[in-house]
Structure formats: structure tokens, C-alpha cells
Write a protein that binds this ligand. Structure first.
Ligand code: TXA
Ligand code: MG
Length: 339
């Protein structure tokens, strides 16, 4: 059966439809819903059986822990054993919002949610529909991004439908998500705040609130966040990333494209707005102006999916500067480009 799609205006939330969606949660079901970052696939975080369904539907490996979403800061103190001072500072500044923090978990959280870890990832989203949904549910909501495992995260209800279709009952369609890349995930180690996944809250913003922010380097350890080395966020097309630091970026893109085209492959270019003209005659999609990382973030996953729907074989993507949201964008592109 096709899922029911509830179109909901975030500025004028239809409480009747929300009640129906919430009743699915109370019956141990799962619901796709929009947050300000990407769409999530939610279930009651306190119910292992409901959570198991998320893993099954998404084909997500059981060793990849979920984020628990809450609607009130108070909820945190039931779910986390201890809240470090630095976490409180970050929460004051960034919640509700796109920052996920890792805490030692209490026994309320089933092991399945955290993939057996003693820690749990928690965030209080900003999106109006997400907040209303969680508060009406009256329970914390465990939710990964609502894509099939490994695919680009969904920023529109249509993306959820394309990936999950009849595997789910309800999609709350709140339109395009505002930010378009996932939340930033941080943990607390001694005196430091460690960024495990760069995301919608930038490192620059974090550093305005706490001094010692370290960016976790994936080459240092593979244990911290399970599944770190895996290819991820990937369209079906092969992705080739041409780094921004290369002063010959345009020439390199053109030469790769020429080469692949000769081999008979259908190639698409994802380019900065400033370079669009240079690629005349090829299939080009504009990520955004180089300095406008918000636009680029909001378009990234949709563009990757669009290339797929046009049966592109290879996407040649221009790298962008790794500042602000550019850091999250480049992190996703690097993972998409792993073979
Ligand atoms: O913006 C977002 O964060 C979206 C929306 C729906 O909230 N959610 C999302 O969830 O992106 P997901 O499951 O796709 O990514 C969660 C990330 C994974 O990289 C996972 O490894 C990490 O959070 N994570 C979860 N629990 C963790 C833990 N206890 N320790 C370390 N990393 C954890
Ligand atoms: Mg995900």
C-alpha cells in the first residue's frame, strides 16, 4: 500500500492530521516527518520494538545508532545521566536547533537506539512541524534521516517516497526542509568539544560559544562513530569530486567530462554558479554561489537525486571552500565519492 501523505503547512499546522500521525507512533508504527535539516523517520524512542522497525525499513545496519529527538529541554535530564557544563552552554545557544549532543544514557533508552553504546545522541529540532509532532507524541522520537541506508538524505517528501514508498504508512509533507544538510553531532571529551559529524551548526558558530572545539579526524580512529568509513549520502551515479584547492578546477572538470563522455557515459556537472558559463554545452546543475553556503546546502541532496532521476552515470562535482556550511557539504561529497 502507498503511504498516506499529510500535507501540512508549518505556519498553520493541521492538528487533526497531526493527531492521526501521532496515533501511529502510539501504535508502535513509524512516521516520516520534516525537521529544519532533513526529513526524519520517527518512532517512539522508548520502545525497542518500534525502533526495530526503523532499522528494518531503512535497511540500516544495527551498529549505527539513532538520534533521539525531544521537544522540551527538560526531557534531556531523563535521558542523559550527566549534562556537562559545556553542553549546557551549547544547548542554551543552539536548542531548539540543528545541534546533536552525545551524553551518557540512562536506562530509559533501549540498547537498540544506541547500537549498544553507553551513550545517546540527543537533539531538540527547530522545525515547527517536528516540534509539534514530538510534543503531541509525548515521548522522545528516535529518528534517522528518512532515506534508504547510504542514499542522500531527503529534503522533500518526494525523496522519502522515492526511497521508502510502501514500506511506511505516513509521510508528513511540510515542503522543502530549510537547511538541507543534517545536524552537527558533537561529543564531550575531557575539556574538549569534539565534532563527530560537521553539519548545519558550523564550527565557527560553535567556537563563538566554547573555546576548545576539535574536529574529529576520521583517519585517527574508526571506532568513534560506527560506519564512518562507509560510502554514504550517495546517489546511484558515480561521484567524482574535483577539489576546490586546485587552481585548475575548471580545466580538470572539463578534462574528466571529456574523457567520460568519450567512453559513452552520461555525465553531469555540479558547479558553482560562478563557473556555470564555462560548462556551456554540458549538463550542469548549479549548487550555488561560492560565498552562499546556505543556498548550496539547501540544494545539495536534491541535485544528487535529480541527476539520478535523469539516469546520469557520473556526477563530476566541484569542491567548494570548507568554511561555514561548506564543511558539511564537502564531508557529504567526500563520502558520496568513495568507491
Ligand atoms: O539532522 C539530523 O541529524 C537528522 C534529522 C532527522 O534529525 N538525522 C540524522 O540522523 O541525520 P542519522 O541517523 O542519519 O545520523 C545520525 C548520526 C550518525 O552518524 C550516527 O553514527 C551518529 O549520529 N550517532 C548517533 N548516536 C551516536 C552515539 N551515541 N555516538 C556517536 N555517534 C552517534
Ligand atoms: Mg542519515
Amino acid at each position: 500500500m502507498k503511504p498516506r501523505i499529510f500535507k501540512i503547512d508549518p505556519h498553520n499546522i493541521d492538528l487533526e492530521l497531526m493527531k492521526q500521525a501521532v496515533s501511529v507512533i502510539h501504535n508502535r508504527g513509524i512516521v516520516a516527518f520534516p525537521t529544519e535539516t532533513v526529513y526524519g523517520l520517527g518512532a517512539n524512542a522508548l520502545d525497542a520494538k518500534a525502533v526495530a522497525e526503523i532499522f528494518r525499513v531503512k535497511e540500516r545496519p544495527l551498529d549505527d545508532p539513532l538520534i533521539v529527538h525531544i521537544a522540551e529541554v527538560n526531557e534531556l535530564y531523563r535521558l542523559a545521566k550527566e549534562v556537562p557544563f559545556k553542553a549546557e552552554k551549547l544547548i542554551n545557544r543552539f536548542w531548539p536547533g540543528s545541534l546533536t549532543l552525545i551524553f551518557e544514557k540512562t536506562d530509559l533508552i533501549p540498547d537498540l537506539v544506541t547500537a549498544g553504546l553507553e551513550t545517546v545522541a540527543i537533539r531538540m529540532p527547530l522545525g515547527a512541524i517536528a516540534r509539534k509532532f514530538i510534543s503531541m507524541a509525548g515521548v522522545p522520537i528516535a529518528a534517522p534521516s528518512a532515506n534508504l541506508f547510504g542514499r542522500p538524505s531527503p529534503t522533500r517528501a518526494q525523496h522519502v517516497l522515492d526511497d521508502l514508498n510502501s514500506r511506511i504508512d505516513i509521510i508528513i509533507d511540510g515542503g522543502r526542509t530549510e537547511i538541507g544538510v543534517e545536524s552537527t553531532v558533537v561529543e564531550f571529551a575531557d575539556e574538549e568539544v569534539v565534532v563527530l559529524r560537521p553539519g548545519a551548526v558550523t564550527v565557527e558558530e560553535l567556537r563563538e560559544i566554547v573555546k576548545d572545539v576539535k574536529i574529529f579526524s576520521e583517519s585517527e580512529s574508526s571506532e568513534k562513530s560506527p560506519g564512518k568509513y562507509l560510502k554514504h549520502y550517495s546517489p546511484r551515479a558515480e561521484v567524482i569530486l574535483v577539489e576546490h584547492v586546485n587552481q585548475f578546477q575548471i580545466e580538470e572538470v572539463l578534462s574528466i567530462v571529456a574523457d567520460l563522455t568519450k567512453k559513452g557515459r552520461k555525465v553531469g556537472i555540479m558547479a558553482k554558479q560562478e563557473h556555470e558559463e564555462q560548462y556551456k554545452g554540458f549538463i550542469v546543475k548549479v549548487l550555488g554561489p561560492e560565498q552562499d553556503d546556505r543556498t548550496s546546502a539547501s540544494r545539495l541532496f536534491h541535485i544528487l537525486r535529480e541527476f539520478d532521476s535523469e539516469n546520469t552515470d557520473v556526477i563530476v562535482a566541484e569542491g567548494i571552500p570548507e568554511t561555514g556550511l561548506g564543511r558539511a557539504i564537502m564531508n557529504r561529497l567526500r563520502k558520496a565519492a568513495i568507491n
